[in-house]
Ligand binder design. Sequence first.
Ligand code: PMP
Length: 563
Amino acid sequence: MKDDKRSVAERLARPGLLNLKPYSSARDEFQGEGSVWLDANESPFGLRYKGIPGLNRYPDPLQSQLKEELSKRYRVPVHSIFAGNGSDEIIDLMIRAFCTPGRDTVIIMPPTYGMYEVQARIHDLNVAEVPLTEQFLPDEEAIGEAAAAAVAAGRPAKILFICSPNNPTGNITPNETIASIAATFDGIVMVDEAYIDFSGSDGALSLTERYDNIMVIRTFSKARGMAGARLGIGFSNREITDLLNRIKLPYNVNSLTIDAGLRALETEEATLQQIELIVEERERISGELGKISGISKVWPSAANFLLVSVEEPLKLYRHLLERGIVIRDRSKVRGCEGTLRITVGTPPQNDLLLEAIADYFSPSGSAQPAFSAGTTETVQRRTAETDIYVRFTPLGRGIGDIETGVGFLDHMLELLAFHSGSNIMIRGNGDLHIDAHHLVEDVALTLGAAIGQAVKNKPLERYGFTLPMDESLATVAVDISGRPVLVFDVAFRDAMIGDMPAEMVEHFFLSLATAARCTINIAASGQNDHHIAEAVFKAFGRALKMALQPSGGDRVASSKGVI
Ligand code: PMP
């Protein structure tokens, strides 16, 4: 009954939980200052992980410091905040807190995020589906009917999920609609705002002050780029957060995640810039996709993804997969028939996507007979020191998508991609805590292997380029000769260029020549190490572009007939 004066927890929580005596951890029982901690059977020996000390100690079960910061950031009281192991945990805990297994009902509004139903079924609940309208908005009348039917069947609806922006449709539910549902629904309204940061809207947070039956959940997994750390936040009132604190596992958010969450809040500026870029890119690719006649609809989105309707979604899905581009097939989701969901990536990733989609709908044919359209070589190289992944598409669009962990190398390789006209994607991880040597070398070996694979026995041109960069001048000749040789006539002034040792430029090209089995001859001079290196990478890119050109016939460019 909506006019029931009891608190929301007394009205709606699972009866047994109100009197549940929660587990009391050592950290619950003593939180003051101490210097000799012998209360929690922890190891006295601290493990320091990536600079974070104190992993031998249990984390703060209530994540007080994180909540203090969240409280300042969102201007809500600390007691209204709950932190979970991802927002998925909060969905699960809310179901545990309010729904009696085997009896109660949960209302979901398909098409929507799949976990609501899965969690409800795990708890053996009745799931009432009230499909969204054609505009993907809640159907308030149908919600009222479903809630009444659930009560009549003795299986009252305890939770209703509103996903806003909705996954997978991307649209927002206006606050007036949410308020109107909360005012009439005699249960908890869970407003899942995982994607709200991309929407330009403040969302439903302010409604939690007016309605005691609303919980808003947000996540650090999306805009804040912390999906691997698992941090979700629930905003509601003290009754509800108290209830969740009673039933959660004692240490549901670990110390590394708490630390990462605090750092994310400190570096909010960077996040905001990333959000801005993602939103710009969303609009750009939405516009570009809209121009492709094979795409019948690009749904408007307030999130970091786009839902697109196409004639044969699975075919396009597979076409993209062949190019290593993974999107989400939503065509089997009721209400989303014929659709694919595309997450917005970095500008180069989006370029690759657009290029591959355009190619699917109007294949350009192979402009370069030496490479069949979309020829791409991928090489993964894992050692105890590094893990490198390279995708190399010769004579693509010159798109570099490079993350090696060495900023200067990334910069050089992006230039290389651009000037070689080849698409190069590199992901590198390695023992940078030692120095950049292994990583730079292994990136070169892996890239070289990919280039070597791409050019093997292809009828290609071979040769070189000279290029100035301000006061510097670099001449690079490349011969896809089958013979690994490097001649490197370059002197740098300083030991380091940015975060990379200068000597690694030579070693990079030696490793690349070795793995690609090609001859590279480099001479460069100048006054500024950055410029010299840049000229070398650019000239190498140009020389490589020339060398990759098809030679016109079907014979390799050697009088011997083999390379
Ligand atoms: N809600 C929605 C709408 C989502 O799409 C997702 C994840 N895809 C989640 C919640 C779960 O997020 P988390 O990583 O915080 O568990």
